[in-house]
Ligand binder design. Structure first.
Ligand code: GLN
Length: 537
């Protein structure tokens, strides 16, 4: 079978959960025995989101092959068995960069280089390449932004052309839209959806299926009205109502037969394997947990839910594995001041997690939170910057190295316990110059980490510049710091633990990117398990 395509666009407003809808469709296709691939097209001019502020863009997701990518790729991997890569995220910046490079090289042989056909051809080529390389039966292409944005026009034109070129039954268009409910009128409104579909039709895209985000059920009359005015069949008006947990979305879409609808349109016949495991293990446990727990996440981007997306999800996964509802208590590290009691922020947490981050702001608050967790024997999980501050704290307060710091925060510190490697010191550009993507880590057997993974060699994703400075290894070890994992080729420290503590584990990599609802990451699973023990004391 030649690879087929599903193009997903969004209308009316942003933040409709298009990424989750797309990921859920990927899940539905896999449940029908199809191999799916997923691509996110982002219309912004940044080449990748690597240098973007998390407050604006949310988390930067990292792929196995070290791409800094849009956070929707995280949803794709969490919901499906797909492995995303560098090719799974196409931005306007990437497309222009490539076209302009070709132009400078003279590849266009003197032609005038234009948005159509050169930019659109480049987009089509990248989509086709990603699809071909993945050997997928069906490739889902999500177009970021909202229909009507100037920026996304070249992407829409490219997918319009692709559908035309691929021919019947080879591609379909799904439009995710909003049916707002006007309380004062007591009515659900279809007009914004009609306008959005009208806008799509003007540029030659005729949606086959509408996924209507709505707070209330769609009545029969409204469904008929939407079908008539938007040129879709009644059965193709699918209700995407608000659900309690995002992992319920695939079930709710399947109940309405969205997978049958898609397969019919793409002329594919496959048996249905169903989603009963997902329902039983993920959704039922989320809805009826046996235990409940409170975990404090101490970071500087806590006001934006998307900034630590994968961390929050991985905590939920750790909860599912332990049949536990995880209540996440977000603590702004800048609120934790030195010398002031941390009790009001942390006393009732059964576990404390410090996620990754960049820059000096809020660092002292994080160090104070580590000290609190260490001294009060609260299970602690540090990730990337979280490992670096845990190391600084231990050096300062246990080893007496009062000036211990990272050269990221104090270039001339007398005790550079976290620093750049010699080979990195000349780097000037900020884009993609970090240790990025998968690296192997060897674990020592006598460690909490080994107990969690149950294997000696693991592969985890990275995104950082600074490293533990091995000159200080012995000093810390002598006081009970455990170097539980390292990258053998270069002797870089990947995991640290504290011996005399119920559960104090911190890693230089980002385990959150490989956690799934039906397969929690071992460290998140064990962190929640340790935290639960504290509750039960
Ligand atoms: N800023 C630190 C570094 O670059 C940590 C990065 C992170 O937490 N992702 O090494």
């Amino acid at each position: 079978m030649m690879g087929k395509f599903i193009f997903i666009t969004g209308g009316v407003v942003s933040s409709l959960g298009k990424g989750i809808a797309a990921a859920s469709i990927g899940k539905l296709l896999e449940a029908r025995g199809l191999k799916a691939a997923m691509i996110k097209c982002d219309p912004y001019l940044n080449v990748d989101p690597g240098t973007m502020n998390p407050f604006q863009h949310g988390e930067v997701y990292v792929t196995d092959d070290g791409a800094e990518a849009d956070l929707d790729l995280g949803h794709y991997e969490r919901f499906t068995n797909i492995h995303v890569s560098r090719d799974s995220n196409i931005t306007t910046g990437k497309i222009y960069y490539s076209v302009i490079t070709k132009e400078r090289r003279g590849d266009y042989l003197g032609k005038t280089v234009q948005i159509i056909p050169h930019i659109t051809d480049e987009i089509k080529r990248d989509i086709m390449k990603a699809s071909r390389d993945s050997k997928a039966d069906v490739t889902i292409v999500e177009i970021g932004g909202t229909v009507g944005d100037i920026e996304s026009l070249p992407f829409l034109e490219a997918i319009r052309q692709m559908r035309w070129e691929l021919g019947e039954h080879s591609a379909i268009d799904i439009h995710v839209t909003l049916l707002p409910y006007i309380k004062a009128a007591g009515e659900q409104k279809t007009k914004p959806t009609q306008h959005s579909v009208g806008r799509l039709r003007e540029i030659g895209i005729i949606p086959d299926i509408l996924l209507c985000r709505t707070e209330r059920p769609i009545s029969k009359e409204q469904r008929e009205k939407i079908a008539l005015f938007c040129n879709v069949e009644k059965e193709a008006v699918v209700e995407a109502s608000d659900v309690e947990h995002i992992y319920e979305v695939p079930l709710s879409l399947k109940e309405q037969g969205l997978d049958d609808l898609i397969l019919k349109r793409l002329n594919i016949k496959r048996a249905d394997k169903g989603l009963s495991n997902w329902k039983r293990y993920v959704v039922d446990r989320l809805k009826n947990p046996k235990h409940e727990i409170k975990i404090a996440v101490v970071g500087k981007y806590i006001s934006l839910p998307d900034a630590y997306k994968s961390i929050y999800e991985a905590l939920v996964h750790g909860g599912i594995a332990n049949n536990t509802k995880v209540n996440i208590h977000k603590v702004d590290s800048e609120d934790l001041e030195k010398g002031k009691s941390l009790d009001p922020f942390l006393a009732d947490a059964q576990g404390i997690l410090i996620p990754g981050g960049f820059g000096e702001r809020g660092i002292e608050g994080k160090i104070a939170a580590v000290q609190y967790a260490r001294e009060k024997r609260i299970p602690f999980f540090g990730i990337c910057l979280g490992m670096q501050v845990a190391t600084i704290e231990f050096a300062r307060h246990v080893c007496g190295l009062k000036e211990a710091n990272s050269t990221e925060f104090n270039k001339s510190t007398a005790v550079p316990i976290i620093s750049l490697l010699e080979e990195q010191k000349h780097i000037k550009h900020l884009g993609a110059t970090m240790r990025l993507g998968l690296y192997t880590c060897k674990l020592i057997k006598d460690s909490k980490s080994f107990q969690a993974y149950q294997q000696e060699s693991i592969n985890e994703r990275h995104r950082h510049r600074y490293e533990f400075n091995n000159e200080f290894r012995k000093t810390l070890e002598a006081k009970g710091f455990v170097f539980a994992g390292q990258y053998p080729q270069k002797g870089l420290v990947e995991i640290i633990e504290i011996k005399d503590h119920p559960w104090f584990v911190a890693c230089q990599f980002h385990p959150e990117f490989q956690s799934k609802p039906d397969k929690a990451h071992p460290l998140f699973r064990e962190f929640i398990r340790a935290a639960l023990k504290r509750v039960n004391k």
